[in-house]
Write a protein that binds this ligand. Structure first.
Ligand code: PAF
Length: 276
């Protein structure tokens, strides 16, 4: 596995693959089995897999966890190597945002609600860095976890709107045995918080099934909020949205997604589930 930290070298390494299909797995490191599922999905005969590791300051708001975000480069590289990744792209902050950098990619509509409302500027930061990573690597396909469902919708919209010519692939959320979605932020939970956090996927599952059976949407969302508060969460949102546009008032005949964000102590967790 090659590890590369300079853009010129990255371009040379990819050019040496002689037109092979290239798949990109963008990450911020602190890798876990959820990221390995992205690498696994990206691996195909004749495909070279590039993973990027860059903790993107532009997607963290003031007071968010940028400084304490887990950084584990050696362990990350070991995992990527074992997973069969071909190349790891490790840009530095100065290469990514050199002095004078003045461009912001902003995707309206799909970025507006939910985490976009709770974390102003977050999706501009994500769209800007993903646009840069896609231009640096120029992959045929890029892989994102469905756990960050709104991020996936934002990236899909951006890639389509800007004719980036890259296939954006969503990979199902990987979960612990009890249902908690894998996340780099789960390490912040102490034992008691970790035990109570399982209420999040459980409440979403119950609400999704009730809505799918034709139950009252408002009642199902209220019940989920009540369950989360009883478990000790401070709820940012529990909401039903159109699975593609993230419109907050989806037509019942459209694919729908239930989305939630809630804070357990200092740790903000997000999760989502299809309503089928
Ligand atoms: O999902 C993430 O890890 C990040 O938001 C991403 C897509 C790598 C952009 O920094």
């Amino acid at each position: 596995m090659q590890t590369i930290r300079a853009l010129g070298e990255l371009r040379e390494a990819i050019a040496a693959w002689d037109g092979a299909r290239v798949a990109l797995v963008p990450t911020m490191g602190a890798l876990h089995a959820g990221h390995m599922a992205l690498v696994e999905a990206a691996r195909r005969p004749g495909t070279k897999v590039v993973a990027s590791i860059f903790v993107n300051p532009r997607q963290f708001g003031a007071g968010e966890d940028l400084s304490r975000y887990p950084r584990k480069e050696m362990a990350d590289l070991r995992m990527l190597n074992e997973a069969g990744c071909d190349l790891v792209w490790l840009p530095g902050a100065d290469d990514m945002y050199p002095a004078g950098f003045a461009t912001n990619v902003s995707v309206s509509g799909v970025s507006a609600g939910f985490d976009g409302a709770a974390r102003p500027g977050h999706f501009d930061g994500v769209a800007t860095v993903v646009a840069k990573l896609l231009n640096q690597v120029r992959p045929h396909a890029a892989y994102f976890g469905e756990k960050d469902y709104q991020q996936l919708a934002v990236v899909r919209r951006m890639a389509a709107d800007l004719d980036l010519g890259v296939e954006i692939v969503g990979v199902p959320t990987q979960r612990e045995d009890d249902g908690l979605a894998l996340s780099s932020r789960n390490v912040y939970l102490d034992d008691d918080e970790r035990a109570r956090a399982v209420a999040l996927p459980r409440a979403l599952g119950i609400a999704a099934r009730a809505i799918a059976r034709g139950g009252d949407v408002g009642g199902a969302l209220d019940d989920a909020r009540t369950t989360l508060i009883a478990a000790g969460f401070a709820v940012d949102y529990v909401a039903l949205a159109d699975a593609e546009t993230l419109d907050a008032d989806p037509a019942p005949d459209r694919p729908r997604r239930l989305l939630a964000a809630a804070r357990m102590g200092q740790t903000r967790l997000i999760d989502n589930i299809a309503v089928e």
